[in-house]
Every structure is written in structure tokens, then in C-alpha cells.
Design a protein around this ligand. Structure first.
Ligand SMILES: [Zn+2]
Length: 211
């Protein structure tokens, strides 16, 4: 669902009543919770959030703290939000082609396993709006990172879903928004469309206090 107030909310996460999540758009706002963020560098580094503010250099944050939002900024890269209903834990991931090729999504699952005992079959994962295969043509050197040859239209959302399946997350618990940030200037910022001046959208996930 694409809503004015909070942006896109995914059906695989909306069913969890202890959770708040939202994928940012140009127009969306955030609830007034403490927000943990990271200095994002297209890495496969995942940190456990200790509280509000910048946690350090990372492209994934995990937490089991009530009332704390984890936030990741994107504009064409894919925001990925993860919830573990068994252990009441969450993760927010920034996944561009470098991060996906480097394994940021499996790294987040691994970090949740280490920190909270999370198992892949329990996880609910939402892949938010990002640049679609319609608009993401890449050269041979990037294509090679994904086992393809020549200039190709890369479907990063599908690649993320493929990695989740390999990790053991059930297909029925994965939702891919299929919303292209480049195709919809009214709703989304796009780095490829707008260049270095492009804005960023904040996607967030957190555990509601007292639920
Ligand atoms: Zn597109």
C-alpha cells in the first residue's frame, strides 16, 4: 500500500501488530520515535543499534529494543526491512548493487541469528521501492557480479529475493514492492534521474513499546 503519511507499507509486515514499518517516499513523514541510523557506504557491514543517532559505518542495523526506529536512506538502492516475530527483533538494510553483490542481505540475517537467535524460516522480509529492471541498465563489469554477461537490465529486487530464498526465508514471507524509483518522479527520489542533488528517502522499522 502506498500511503501519503508513511509511504509504502508491505503486506508481509502489516500483519505483525507489534511492529511499525514504512518505506519512505518524497512525501512521507516519520513517527516521533528515537531513530538509529548509520553512515552508509554500500558495504556488507551490519551493526546492532545501541540507541538513537548514527551507530557507525554500516549498511544494515539490527535491534530488539522497543520504541527505537532503525532507519536507512535510499534513492534507487533498495531498502530491505526484516522482522522476526519469534524473537521480536528487526533489521533495516540498504542494498544497492554493491551491497547485494557483497552479501549485505545474508549478512543481516546472520547478524540477527547471532544476536537474537533468529532463524531464516521465521523471518518476514519486505523489499521496498528501488530502481527497477526497466531503468537499471548496467555495464559488463557490474553484470558479471551477478553471473550475467554484457550490458543487461539488472533486477536487483529479484536478486535480493533469490538470496533470501537461498538463506531459507519462505517465499510466502517475502514481499517485493515492484515500485521503480526512476519511473515515478512524483512519489520517489531517484539518484539516476536527478543526479548528485537527488534527495533521499528514509525507510524505517521498529518495535512498538508495550505491545
Ligand atoms: Zn523504471
Amino acid at each position: 500500500m502506498l500511503l501519503a503519511e508513511h509511504g509504502y507499507q508491505s503486506p508481509v509486515l502489516l500483519g505483525l501488530d507489534w511492529l511499525f514499518h514504512a518505506f519512505g517516499t518524497r512525501a512521507s513523514g516519520l513517527p516521533p520515535w528515537p531513530l538509529a541510523t548509520a553512515k552508509q557506504v554500500h558495504s556488507a557491514i551490519v551493526l546492532r543499534a545501541a540507541g538513537a543517532g548514527v551507530q557507525g559505518t554500516a549498511d544494515g542495523l539490527i535491534s530488539d529494543t522497543e520504541g527505537l526506529l532503525l532507519g536507512m536512506k535510499t534513492a534507487d538502492c533498495f531498502p530491505v526491512l526484516i522482522a522476526d516475530p519469534q524473537h521480536r527483533a528487526v533489521a533495516a538494510v540498504h542494498a544497492g548493487w554493491r551491497g547485494v553483490a557483497g552479501g549485505i542481505v545474508p549478512a543481516a540475517l546472520h547478524a540477527m541469528g547471532q544476536a537474537f537467535g533468529s532463524d531464516a524460516p521465521d523471518l518476514h522480509v519486505a523489499v521496498g521501492p528501488g530502481i527497477g529492471p526497466c531503468c537499471f541498465e548496467v555495464g559488463p563489469e557490474v553484470a558479471l557480479q551477478f553471473g550475467q554477461e554484457g550490458r543487461v537490465h539488472l533486477d536487483l529486487g529479484q536478486e535480493i529475493a533469490r538470496q533470501l530464498a537461498i538463506c531459507g526465508v519462505p517465499e510466502t514471507q517475502v514481499d517485493t514492492a515492484h515500485l521503480c524509483t526512476f519511473c515515478d518522479p512524483g512519489a520517489f527520489h531517484s539518484y539516476r534521474r536527478e543526479g548528485a542533488a537527488a534527495g533521499r528517502m528514509m525507510s524505517v522499522i521498529g518495535i512498538q513499546a508495550g505491545k
